[in-house]
Structure formats: structure tokens, C-alpha cells
Design a protein around this ligand. Structure first.
Ligand SMILES: [Zn+2]
Length: 425
């Protein structure tokens, strides 16, 4: 039993389980750390949170951790069962027989298999919304909204995913040894297209975006936008309360369709001064070109991914290890690569988290400079953490690995150190 197929199957199982047990361990470290600080509000947070809210945030953090463990265990078990029993290969084979061996047919088969896997995870998604979030008073969604969200997701993944996959599969046949460069070009094109179109065409399918109502808040935010050069683009209020009481703000899109969205829940919770600070932070992401930088980085990683795929796809053991037939061409290699790449890239996530946290510090500093002081940003962040029952005491290893935003204390201390340029006293 030392044929290449068996060896690769064992390597794949090792990668999946190593990641799973590492996550389990890190979650455990974090939960123990949270429990250790659970009995009284840590000194640094006494002016931010009362005892009852703090205890509730601890319970919420621990409940989410338990749910995460159950959900990870389930999805890891499903993945292993599908891969190592040969079931995935036989399912794929059955769909291919019905869709014929054209690029379109194979793309539909790939999509169908991926759809099946996401259908299997639906019970956990439902539980998260209607049990976990509900229990802590965050759920605002109805069963109807939830079902319609899932249905829209399926239609969108078909409308966007299948043409892109078909084009890539066709290129693997039509463009010779360097197919992976062409395929990469296709993905880059789709990604740029989506960055421009998503804020205009896709986000409005899920949420309503409305301009700020006339009044002092709008005047204040418009003055800030003008002062910082964020012109000819939308500052809009999004009906986040349709699904959840959680509050947030985000900047998205490229070109004319770019927009900053403030959740209606956020507008309700914060003072005008704090909302101005949040908006200044989001404008910071725009002015400091964080979105194009992230997109450029994802182009680099996608290129590396396609190159890796081109090497693996040529090896019969790569798909043979899971029972796929060599007659199915490139499509199974795509599927397996999609399912397994995460077990390798997972180990790079501390680097991307670190990079993302650097952007957050930069946007905070930009906001402080735009407003002339850092105090409103600090009170805005405190409110955001309190209202969302954020974990105030993450273990440093855990936050270092997973957090794409700095933990509250770190962020506050950077803001407190902020000094206006030019050295005013
Ligand atoms: Zn940010």
C-alpha cells in the first residue's frame, strides 16, 4: 500500500485533521482565557461596561465558541466522509453523465456538487441565526427573509459561478500549457467586474440602501466628506436591522459604484460626533487605497493558486486518490483543489490578519487627523464593542491568528497615543 494515490490520500487526511485539531486547541485556549477573566469586569473596561453586560458578553463569546466547535466538527466529518468514501467522486460522476462532457456540463456538475455541500451546512446556518443569535437578542430576521436569502445566494452562485467555471474549463482544453495564466486572467476579470458591480447590483438584492435623511447629521457628514476629498460617491444608510441588531459600517467597491454604508442600527446607537468618526475611518480605507491593495494581493495569491493547480492537475494520483476517473479531465482537480487548498492557506491567515489590522490602525489615524482628535473614535469603538457584546478578553494567540480588526484595548491605546501632525501642544 505505498502507491502514490494512497500516500496522497493520507497526506490530505493529515492536512485536514491537523487544521481541525489546531483550531480546536486554539479555541480551547481562548475559551479558557475568557473564563479566567469572567468573574469580574477587568480594570481596563470598568468605565465601558457594567457587570451584567460584561457577563452577558462572556456568555455570548463562550456560546459562539461551542457552536463553532460543533459546526467545525460537523463540516470536517462531512468533508472526510465525502472525500475518503469515494462518494464525492461517484456523485460527481452521476451528475456528469446527465450533463455531458462539455465545458458547460462539467461546470454545472461542479456547481451542483458544491451546492450539495453547502446545503448540508444549512442546518448550522439556521441554528446560528434563530437559536444562538436569538438567545442573545440579536436576531431580527424572519424565517421568510432567511429562506429568501438562501435562495438568492443559490441563484447568484449559478449565474456568476457557472459561466466563469465553464470559461476556465474550456481554456484548460483550448489554450495549451499556459492555460493557468489565461484562467487566472478570467478570474481577475470577474473579480474586478464584481468589485464594480456588486455594490450596485448585488448588495441591493439583499438590503435597502437609502441616502442620509436631511438634517444636522447629513450636513456634518457631508462637510467631512468634502474636507477629506471623498466626493461623488454615496454615503448611505443600510437596513441592517432587517436581519440583526448587530451594528457596523463598511466601505466597498471600486470606481463610481463605491459606497460607504452605515447600518441603521449604528446610526441609532451613536451620537453625531461618533458617527462622524466612524465615517472618517471608512473614508480612511478609501483614501489609503486599502481596497485596491487587498484586491491586488488576492490577484497574486490567485496566480500562485492556479500555478499550483496546474502542477497538481497533471498528476494522476491527485484525483485518483479520491476515486475520480481520469476521463473527467480537469474538473475534479478544480473541485479537490477548492476543497483542500484551505488546509494549506489556513496557516497563512495570521499574516493576512496582521496586514488587515495594520490597515485598521491606519484608518483610525486617518480618522483622528480628519477630525482633529481621537476621542470620538475611542467612544465610538467602545460603544460598538459594548452593543455587539464583543469578546473584550481574547487570548493574544487567538486574536493574533484570527482577528482582522485589533482587539479594543490595543486599538484604544494606539488612538490614545495619536498626536496631531505639526506638533500642536
Ligand atoms: Zn476599518
Amino acid at each position: 500500500m505505498s502507491d502514490p494515490e494512497t500516500i496522497f490520500a493520507i497526506v490530505a487526511l493529515g492536512l485536514i485533521l491537523t487544521r481541525y485539531f489546531f483550531e480546536l486547541w486554539l479555541d480551547g485556549v481562548n475559551a479558557a482565557y475568557v473564563r479566567k477573566h469572567a468573574d469580574e469586569v477587568p480594570e481596563a473596561f470598568r468605565e465601558i461596561m457594567d457587570e451584567a453586560t460584561y457577563k452577558k458578553s462572556v456568555r455570548y463569546t463562550l456560546a459562539k465558541a461551542r457552536f463553532g466547535t460543533a459546526s467545525d466538527s460537523y463540516s470536517t466529518a462531512i468533508l472526510c466522509a465525502l472525500l475518503f468514501s469515494g462518494l464525492l467522486a461517484s456523485l460527481f460522476g452521476q451528475v456528469v453523465v446527465r450533463t455531458a462532457q462539455s465545458a458547460w456540463g462539467l461546470a454545472v456538475a461542479l456547481w451542483a456538487v458544491i451546492l450539495l455541500m453547502s446545503l448540508l451546512s444549512l442546518p448550522f446556518s439556521w441554528w446560528s441565526q434563530f437559536r444562538l443569535e436569538e438567545q442573545f437578542g440579536f436576531n431580527n430576521s424572519t424565517q421568510r427573509t432567511w429562506c429568501s436569502d438562501q435562495a438568492k445566494g443559490v441563484v447568484l452562485s449559478f449565474a456568476i459561478g457557472v459561466p466563469m467555471l465553464a470559461l476556465i474549463l474550456w481554456l484548460t482544453e483550448a489554450s495549451g500549457d499556459y492555460w493557468w495564466l489565461w484562467a487566472w486572467g478570467v478570474v481577475v476579470f470577474f473579480q474586478l467586474l464584481m468589485s464594480v458591480l456588486a455594490p450596485v447590483l448585488i448588495l441591493p438584492l439583499f438590503n435597502k440602501f437609502t441616502p442620509l435623511p436631511e438634517g444636522s447629521l447629513k450636513d456634518r457628514l457631508n462637510r467631512l466628506a468634502k474636507r477629506t476629498g471623498f466626493t461623488n460617491a454615496g454615503i448611505q444608510v443600510m437596513d441592517g436591522s432587517k436581519r440583526s441588531k448587530h451594528s457596523n459600517a463598511f466601505f466597498t467597491g471600486l470606481g463610481k459604484g463605491r459606497k460607504i454604508a452605515l447600518f441603521d442600527t449604528l446610526v441609532e446607537q451613536m451620537s453625531e460626533e461618533e458617527l462622524e468618526a466612524v465615517l472618517a475611518h471608512e473614508i480612511g480605507h478609501y483614501k489609503l487605497k486599502h481596497v485596491p491593495k487587498m484586491i491586488a494581493w488576492s490577484f497574486v495569491t490567485t496566480l500562485a493558486g492556479f500555478w499550483g493547480l496546474s502542477l497538481l492537475a497533471g498528476q494522476p494520483w491527485f484525483t485518483g486518490a479520491f476515486g475520480f476517473s481520469s476521463e473527467d479531465g480537469f474538473a475534479p482537480a478544480f473541485l479537490l483543489f477548492g476543497l483542500l487548498a484551505g488546509t494549506v492557506t489556513f496557516w497563512l491567515s495570521p499574516l493576512s490578519s496582521l496586514w488587515s489590522r495594520k490597515f485598521e490602525y491606519e484608518a483610525d489615524a486617518f480618522a483622528s487627523a480628519a477630525i482633529g482628535e481621537s476621542a470620538p473614535m475611542i467612544t465610538a469603538l467602545r460603544k460598538l464593542n459594548r452593543e455587539n457584546l464583543s469578546n473584550l478578553t481574547p487570548h493574544p494567540w487567538y486574536s493574533g491568528f484570527h482577528y482582522d480588526h485589533p482587539a479594543l484595548l490595543e486599538r484604544e491605546s494606539a488612538l490614545k497615543d495619536w498626536k496631531p501632525a505639526g506638533g500642536a501642544a
